[in-house]
Design a protein around this ligand. Structure first.
Ligand code: FEO
Length: 402
Protein backbone atom coordinates (compact mmCIF):
# COMPACT_ATOMS: atom_id res chain seq x y z
CA UNK A 1 0.00 0.00 0.00
CA UNK A 2 1.39 3.42 -0.95
CA UNK A 3 0.54 5.93 1.76
CA UNK A 4 2.78 8.78 0.82
CA UNK A 5 1.73 11.84 -1.11
CA UNK A 6 4.09 13.28 -3.65
CA UNK A 7 5.14 16.89 -3.14
CA UNK A 8 7.60 17.18 -6.02
CA UNK A 9 9.94 14.74 -7.74
CA UNK A 10 11.50 12.65 -4.96
CA UNK A 11 9.93 14.53 -2.07
CA UNK A 12 6.88 13.07 -0.34
CA UNK A 13 4.60 14.08 2.51
CA UNK A 14 4.61 11.52 5.31
CA UNK A 15 2.82 13.48 8.04
CA UNK A 16 -0.48 13.18 9.87
CA UNK A 17 -3.77 14.99 9.27
CA UNK A 18 -5.52 15.61 12.59
CA UNK A 19 -9.15 16.28 11.75
CA UNK A 20 -10.44 16.13 15.30
CA UNK A 21 -7.99 18.51 16.98
CA UNK A 22 -9.97 21.36 18.55
CA UNK A 23 -7.42 22.79 21.00
CA UNK A 24 -3.66 23.15 20.71
CA UNK A 25 -0.86 24.22 23.05
CA UNK A 26 -2.83 22.59 25.84
CA UNK A 27 -6.13 24.48 25.89
CA UNK A 28 -4.64 27.79 24.72
CA UNK A 29 -5.35 27.83 21.00
CA UNK A 30 -8.57 26.82 19.27
CA UNK A 31 -8.13 24.78 16.11
CA UNK A 32 -11.63 24.82 14.70
CA UNK A 33 -10.45 23.41 11.36
CA UNK A 34 -8.22 20.73 12.93
CA UNK A 35 -4.56 20.69 11.95
CA UNK A 36 -1.84 18.62 10.36
CA UNK A 37 1.72 17.77 11.31
CA UNK A 38 3.65 17.74 8.07
CA UNK A 39 6.74 15.57 7.79
CA UNK A 40 8.62 14.99 4.56
CA UNK A 41 10.67 12.17 3.12
CA UNK A 42 13.34 12.96 0.54
CA UNK A 43 14.71 10.08 -1.50
CA UNK A 44 17.68 11.30 -3.48
CA UNK A 45 21.03 9.50 -3.34
CA UNK A 46 20.62 10.21 0.35
CA UNK A 47 17.38 9.52 2.17
CA UNK A 48 16.31 12.25 4.56
CA UNK A 49 13.37 12.66 6.89
CA UNK A 50 12.35 16.23 7.65
CA UNK A 51 10.52 16.53 10.98
CA UNK A 52 8.04 14.05 12.45
CA UNK A 53 4.55 14.45 13.98
CA UNK A 54 2.81 15.24 17.26
CA UNK A 55 3.63 12.83 20.04
CA UNK A 56 0.20 11.08 20.32
CA UNK A 57 0.62 9.92 16.70
CA UNK A 58 4.20 8.71 17.12
CA UNK A 59 3.57 4.97 16.79
CA UNK A 60 1.22 5.45 13.83
CA UNK A 61 3.82 7.67 12.16
CA UNK A 62 6.64 5.18 12.56
CA UNK A 63 4.43 2.33 11.37
CA UNK A 64 3.44 4.27 8.23
CA UNK A 65 6.98 5.47 7.60
CA UNK A 66 8.24 1.88 7.75
CA UNK A 67 5.83 1.05 4.91
CA UNK A 68 7.47 3.76 2.83
CA UNK A 69 11.10 3.08 3.56
CA UNK A 70 13.16 0.59 5.44
CA UNK A 71 13.93 2.77 8.47
CA UNK A 72 17.62 1.86 8.49
CA UNK A 73 17.86 3.37 4.99
CA UNK A 74 17.25 6.86 6.40
CA UNK A 75 20.66 8.56 6.21
CA UNK A 76 19.75 11.44 8.48
CA UNK A 77 16.91 13.38 10.01
CA UNK A 78 16.41 17.14 9.96
CA UNK A 79 14.66 18.46 13.07
CA UNK A 80 13.63 21.98 12.16
CA UNK A 81 12.03 22.51 15.57
CA UNK A 82 11.95 20.68 18.88
CA UNK A 83 8.34 21.29 19.92
CA UNK A 84 6.38 18.06 20.41
CA UNK A 85 4.10 18.56 17.43
CA UNK A 86 7.11 18.10 15.12
CA UNK A 87 9.71 16.22 17.12
CA UNK A 88 7.23 14.21 19.17
CA UNK A 89 7.71 10.99 17.20
CA UNK A 90 11.51 11.07 17.49
CA UNK A 91 11.64 8.89 20.64
CA UNK A 92 9.56 6.16 18.93
CA UNK A 93 11.52 6.44 15.68
CA UNK A 94 14.97 6.55 17.25
CA UNK A 95 14.33 3.27 19.03
CA UNK A 96 14.63 1.70 15.56
CA UNK A 97 17.56 3.82 14.32
CA UNK A 98 19.33 5.12 17.44
CA UNK A 99 22.54 6.24 15.73
CA UNK A 100 20.99 8.11 12.82
CA UNK A 101 22.26 11.73 12.75
CA UNK A 102 19.77 14.48 13.60
CA UNK A 103 20.60 17.85 12.03
CA UNK A 104 19.29 20.79 14.01
CA UNK A 105 20.30 24.11 15.57
CA UNK A 106 22.32 24.38 18.78
CA UNK A 107 19.18 25.53 20.57
CA UNK A 108 17.26 22.55 19.23
CA UNK A 109 19.79 20.23 20.86
CA UNK A 110 18.91 21.87 24.20
CA UNK A 111 15.22 21.61 23.45
CA UNK A 112 15.33 17.99 22.24
CA UNK A 113 17.52 16.87 25.15
CA UNK A 114 15.34 18.78 27.62
CA UNK A 115 12.14 17.25 26.37
CA UNK A 116 13.10 13.72 25.45
CA UNK A 117 16.16 13.13 27.67
CA UNK A 118 18.07 11.27 24.98
CA UNK A 119 21.63 11.79 23.82
CA UNK A 120 20.97 11.25 20.14
CA UNK A 121 23.56 11.78 17.41
CA UNK A 122 23.02 15.53 17.04
CA UNK A 123 24.72 17.47 14.25
CA UNK A 124 24.52 21.18 14.92
CA UNK A 125 23.99 23.45 11.91
CA UNK A 126 23.70 27.19 11.43
CA UNK A 127 22.52 29.53 8.68
CA UNK A 128 24.24 28.81 5.39
CA UNK A 129 25.45 25.30 6.23
CA UNK A 130 24.86 22.87 3.38
CA UNK A 131 24.66 19.14 2.89
CA UNK A 132 25.04 17.34 -0.42
CA UNK A 133 22.16 14.88 -0.80
CA UNK A 134 23.13 13.57 -4.23
CA UNK A 135 21.71 14.00 -7.73
CA UNK A 136 23.23 17.50 -7.71
CA UNK A 137 20.97 18.66 -4.90
CA UNK A 138 21.77 20.19 -1.53
CA UNK A 139 19.98 21.07 1.67
CA UNK A 140 20.77 24.55 3.00
CA UNK A 141 19.86 25.45 6.57
CA UNK A 142 18.47 28.80 7.72
CA UNK A 143 18.12 29.54 11.43
CA UNK A 144 14.70 31.03 12.19
CA UNK A 145 15.30 31.95 15.80
CA UNK A 146 12.12 33.19 17.53
CA UNK A 147 9.95 32.14 14.59
CA UNK A 148 8.60 31.05 16.81
CA UNK A 149 11.00 29.35 19.23
CA UNK A 150 14.71 30.04 19.75
CA UNK A 151 15.46 26.65 18.16
CA UNK A 152 13.37 27.07 15.00
CA UNK A 153 14.99 26.49 11.61
CA UNK A 154 14.03 26.22 7.96
CA UNK A 155 15.64 23.95 5.39
CA UNK A 156 15.94 24.77 1.70
CA UNK A 157 16.32 22.10 -0.97
CA UNK A 158 18.12 23.23 -4.10
CA UNK A 159 17.06 22.32 -7.66
CA UNK A 160 13.55 21.44 -6.48
CA UNK A 161 13.48 24.88 -4.83
CA UNK A 162 11.52 23.78 -1.79
CA UNK A 163 11.62 25.72 1.45
CA UNK A 164 10.71 23.47 4.39
CA UNK A 165 9.63 26.35 6.59
CA UNK A 166 8.36 24.50 9.66
CA UNK A 167 5.88 26.63 11.68
CA UNK A 168 6.40 29.78 9.59
CA UNK A 169 3.68 30.24 6.94
CA UNK A 170 1.62 27.43 8.51
CA UNK A 171 -2.01 27.23 9.53
CA UNK A 172 -3.95 24.92 11.81
CA UNK A 173 -5.99 23.51 8.98
CA UNK A 174 -6.75 19.86 8.33
CA UNK A 175 -6.97 18.87 4.68
CA UNK A 176 -6.39 15.80 2.56
CA UNK A 177 -5.71 18.05 -0.40
CA UNK A 178 -2.20 19.02 0.68
CA UNK A 179 -1.74 22.04 -1.62
CA UNK A 180 -2.98 25.62 -1.30
CA UNK A 181 -4.62 25.64 -4.73
CA UNK A 182 -6.88 22.72 -3.79
CA UNK A 183 -8.54 24.07 -0.65
CA UNK A 184 -11.14 26.70 0.26
CA UNK A 185 -9.18 29.94 0.06
CA UNK A 186 -11.39 31.76 2.61
CA UNK A 187 -10.85 29.04 5.22
CA UNK A 188 -7.15 28.92 4.43
CA UNK A 189 -6.45 32.61 4.88
CA UNK A 190 -8.72 32.81 7.94
CA UNK A 191 -6.55 30.17 9.59
CA UNK A 192 -3.31 31.68 8.29
CA UNK A 193 -4.02 35.11 9.78
CA UNK A 194 -5.29 33.57 13.02
CA UNK A 195 -2.03 31.61 13.27
CA UNK A 196 0.00 34.75 12.67
CA UNK A 197 -2.04 36.89 15.09
CA UNK A 198 -1.98 34.37 17.93
CA UNK A 199 1.53 32.97 17.55
CA UNK A 200 3.78 35.28 15.57
CA UNK A 201 2.64 38.82 16.45
CA UNK A 202 5.24 39.29 19.22
CA UNK A 203 8.01 38.41 16.77
CA UNK A 204 6.95 40.71 13.94
CA UNK A 205 10.14 42.80 13.95
CA UNK A 206 12.33 39.70 13.89
CA UNK A 207 10.16 38.29 11.15
CA UNK A 208 10.58 41.36 8.96
CA UNK A 209 14.38 41.07 9.19
CA UNK A 210 14.27 37.32 8.57
CA UNK A 211 12.12 37.72 5.47
CA UNK A 212 14.59 40.28 4.12
CA UNK A 213 17.46 37.90 4.87
CA UNK A 214 15.78 34.99 3.09
CA UNK A 215 14.95 37.17 0.07
CA UNK A 216 18.59 38.44 0.02
CA UNK A 217 19.83 34.87 -0.52
CA UNK A 218 18.23 35.03 -3.97
CA UNK A 219 17.11 31.43 -3.74
CA UNK A 220 14.23 30.62 -6.06
CA UNK A 221 11.26 29.28 -4.08
CA UNK A 222 8.78 27.11 -5.98
CA UNK A 223 7.23 25.47 -2.94
CA UNK A 224 6.90 26.40 0.72
CA UNK A 225 6.39 23.17 2.60
CA UNK A 226 5.10 24.17 6.02
CA UNK A 227 4.74 21.96 9.06
CA UNK A 228 1.02 22.73 9.56
CA UNK A 229 -1.77 22.91 7.00
CA UNK A 230 -1.26 23.31 3.27
CA UNK A 231 1.87 23.31 1.17
CA UNK A 232 2.12 26.56 -0.79
CA UNK A 233 2.82 25.64 -4.42
CA UNK A 234 0.51 28.02 -6.29
CA UNK A 235 2.24 31.40 -6.04
CA UNK A 236 4.06 30.47 -2.83
CA UNK A 237 5.31 34.03 -2.37
CA UNK A 238 1.74 35.16 -1.69
CA UNK A 239 2.01 33.99 1.91
CA UNK A 240 5.46 35.60 2.25
CA UNK A 241 3.95 38.87 1.03
CA UNK A 242 1.09 38.49 3.52
CA UNK A 243 3.57 37.92 6.34
CA UNK A 244 5.52 41.01 5.28
CA UNK A 245 2.28 43.04 5.53
CA UNK A 246 1.10 41.47 8.78
CA UNK A 247 4.50 42.07 10.38
CA UNK A 248 4.25 45.83 9.89
CA UNK A 249 1.63 46.73 12.51
CA UNK A 250 -1.10 45.51 10.19
CA UNK A 251 -4.51 47.16 10.46
CA UNK A 252 -7.78 47.17 8.60
CA UNK A 253 -10.48 49.82 8.84
CA UNK A 254 -12.03 48.01 11.77
CA UNK A 255 -13.02 48.76 15.36
CA UNK A 256 -13.69 45.84 17.67
CA UNK A 257 -15.85 46.11 20.77
CA UNK A 258 -15.35 43.36 23.36
CA UNK A 259 -17.33 43.20 26.57
CA UNK A 260 -18.50 40.88 29.27
CA UNK A 261 -21.70 41.50 31.16
CA UNK A 262 -23.63 40.42 34.25
CA UNK A 263 -27.11 41.93 33.89
CA UNK A 264 -26.88 42.92 30.21
CA UNK A 265 -26.36 46.62 31.05
CA UNK A 266 -22.79 46.62 29.70
CA UNK A 267 -24.02 44.61 26.72
CA UNK A 268 -26.57 47.32 25.94
CA UNK A 269 -23.84 49.98 26.18
CA UNK A 270 -21.69 47.96 23.72
CA UNK A 271 -24.50 47.88 21.18
CA UNK A 272 -25.22 51.59 21.51
CA UNK A 273 -21.54 52.54 21.31
CA UNK A 274 -21.29 50.49 18.10
CA UNK A 275 -24.30 52.41 16.76
CA UNK A 276 -22.64 55.73 17.57
CA UNK A 277 -19.36 54.72 15.95
CA UNK A 278 -21.08 53.73 12.74
CA UNK A 279 -22.98 57.03 12.71
CA UNK A 280 -19.72 58.92 13.08
CA UNK A 281 -17.88 56.91 10.42
CA UNK A 282 -20.18 54.89 8.13
CA UNK A 283 -17.16 53.32 6.40
CA UNK A 284 -15.54 51.77 9.45
CA UNK A 285 -16.31 48.13 10.17
CA UNK A 286 -17.53 47.83 13.76
CA UNK A 287 -17.74 44.36 15.29
CA UNK A 288 -19.17 43.56 18.73
CA UNK A 289 -18.37 40.46 20.78
CA UNK A 290 -19.39 39.10 24.15
CA UNK A 291 -16.07 37.74 25.32
CA UNK A 292 -17.61 35.00 27.43
CA UNK A 293 -19.49 33.66 24.41
CA UNK A 294 -16.71 33.96 21.86
CA UNK A 295 -13.66 32.05 20.71
CA UNK A 296 -10.81 33.98 22.31
CA UNK A 297 -8.30 33.17 19.60
CA UNK A 298 -10.71 34.40 16.95
CA UNK A 299 -11.09 37.58 19.00
CA UNK A 300 -7.31 37.98 19.05
CA UNK A 301 -7.46 37.87 15.25
CA UNK A 302 -10.14 40.59 15.31
CA UNK A 303 -7.97 42.76 17.57
CA UNK A 304 -5.00 42.10 15.27
CA UNK A 305 -7.02 43.48 12.34
CA UNK A 306 -8.39 46.48 14.27
CA UNK A 307 -7.14 50.01 14.62
CA UNK A 308 -9.12 50.42 17.82
CA UNK A 309 -10.36 48.16 20.59
CA UNK A 310 -13.22 49.20 22.87
CA UNK A 311 -13.60 47.11 26.00
CA UNK A 312 -16.42 47.02 28.51
CA UNK A 313 -16.95 45.45 31.90
CA UNK A 314 -19.36 45.99 34.74
CA UNK A 315 -17.81 46.82 38.08
CA UNK A 316 -17.58 43.77 40.30
CA UNK A 317 -15.78 43.72 43.66
CA UNK A 318 -14.27 47.13 42.86
CA UNK A 319 -12.75 45.77 39.66
CA UNK A 320 -13.63 44.04 36.35
CA UNK A 321 -14.82 40.60 35.34
CA UNK A 322 -11.89 38.19 35.31
CA UNK A 323 -12.58 37.12 31.71
CA UNK A 324 -11.48 40.56 30.54
CA UNK A 325 -8.41 40.57 32.76
CA UNK A 326 -7.29 37.25 31.27
CA UNK A 327 -7.89 38.45 27.73
CA UNK A 328 -5.94 41.67 28.30
CA UNK A 329 -3.09 39.58 29.70
CA UNK A 330 -3.10 37.54 26.48
CA UNK A 331 -3.01 40.72 24.39
CA UNK A 332 -0.13 42.05 26.48
CA UNK A 333 1.85 38.88 25.75
CA UNK A 334 1.26 39.37 22.05
CA UNK A 335 2.74 42.91 22.18
CA UNK A 336 0.26 44.55 19.83
CA UNK A 337 1.55 47.85 18.47
CA UNK A 338 -0.15 51.03 17.23
CA UNK A 339 -3.60 50.22 18.64
CA UNK A 340 -5.99 52.75 20.20
CA UNK A 341 -8.45 51.84 22.92
CA UNK A 342 -11.44 53.11 24.84
CA UNK A 343 -13.50 51.62 27.66
CA UNK A 344 -16.96 51.53 29.19
CA UNK A 345 -18.97 49.75 31.83
CA UNK A 346 -22.05 49.72 34.03
CA UNK A 347 -21.95 49.86 37.79
CA UNK A 348 -24.31 50.01 40.73
CA UNK A 349 -22.23 51.38 43.57
CA UNK A 350 -18.52 52.14 43.34
CA UNK A 351 -17.80 52.07 39.55
CA UNK A 352 -14.09 51.26 39.22
CA UNK A 353 -14.26 49.12 36.08
CA UNK A 354 -13.39 51.81 33.53
CA UNK A 355 -10.38 52.94 35.57
CA UNK A 356 -9.14 49.37 35.92
CA UNK A 357 -9.64 48.67 32.21
CA UNK A 358 -7.77 51.86 31.31
CA UNK A 359 -4.82 50.90 33.48
CA UNK A 360 -4.65 47.34 32.19
CA UNK A 361 -4.96 48.35 28.54
CA UNK A 362 -2.30 51.04 28.94
CA UNK A 363 -0.04 48.46 30.56
CA UNK A 364 -0.72 46.12 27.62
CA UNK A 365 0.56 48.76 25.17
CA UNK A 366 -2.69 50.33 23.97
CA UNK A 367 -3.13 54.10 23.64
CA UNK A 368 -6.31 54.83 25.61
CA UNK A 369 -8.09 57.82 24.06
CA UNK A 370 -10.67 58.65 26.73
CA UNK A 371 -11.24 58.02 30.42
CA UNK A 372 -14.30 55.97 29.50
CA UNK A 373 -18.06 55.83 29.75
CA UNK A 374 -19.38 54.96 33.20
CA UNK A 375 -23.05 54.18 33.46
CA UNK A 376 -24.86 53.74 36.77
CA UNK A 377 -27.37 50.89 36.80
CA UNK A 378 -29.05 49.57 33.66
CA UNK A 379 -29.02 52.22 30.90
CA UNK A 380 -32.40 53.92 30.38
CA UNK A 381 -33.29 55.73 27.16
CA UNK A 382 -31.28 58.84 27.97
CA UNK A 383 -28.28 56.81 29.03
CA UNK A 384 -28.49 54.78 25.82
CA UNK A 385 -28.43 58.04 23.88
CA UNK A 386 -25.35 59.00 25.90
CA UNK A 387 -23.72 55.73 24.88
CA UNK A 388 -24.45 56.53 21.22
CA UNK A 389 -22.84 59.94 21.75
CA UNK A 390 -19.85 58.29 23.43
CA UNK A 391 -19.47 55.98 20.42
CA UNK A 392 -19.47 59.00 18.12
CA UNK A 393 -16.99 60.80 20.33
CA UNK A 394 -14.41 58.02 20.47
CA UNK A 395 -14.77 57.41 16.73
CA UNK A 396 -13.98 61.13 16.25
CA UNK A 397 -11.06 60.93 18.69
CA UNK A 398 -9.73 57.96 16.72
CA UNK A 399 -9.84 59.91 13.49
CA UNK A 400 -8.09 62.87 15.15
CA UNK A 401 -5.40 60.63 16.61
CA UNK A 402 -4.16 59.37 13.23
FE1 FEO B 1 6.18 25.38 17.35
FE2 FEO B 1 4.11 23.65 15.33
O1 FEO B 1 5.25 23.94 16.76
Amino acid sequence: MVLRKNVKNNVSWVGKVDWELKKFHGEEYTTNHGSSYNAYLIKEEKTILIDTVWMPYAEEFVENLAKEIELTKIDFIVANHGEIDHAGALPALMKHIPDTPIYCTANAVKSLRGQYHQNWNFKVVKTGDKIDIGNGKELIFVEMSMLHWPDSMATYMTKDNILFSNDAFGQHYATESLFNDLVDECDLFKEAIKYYANILTPFSQILTKKLEEIISFGLPIDIIATSHGVIWRDNPMQIVEKYAKWAKNYQENQITIIYDTMSNGTKRLAEKIAEGMSLSDPHVMVKVFNLAKSDQNDLITEVFKSKMLVMGSPTVSNSILHSLAGFIHLMKQLKFKNKRAAVFGCYGWSGESTKVLNELLTDAGFEVLHEGLKNQWIPDNDQQLSAIEYGKKIADLLQESK
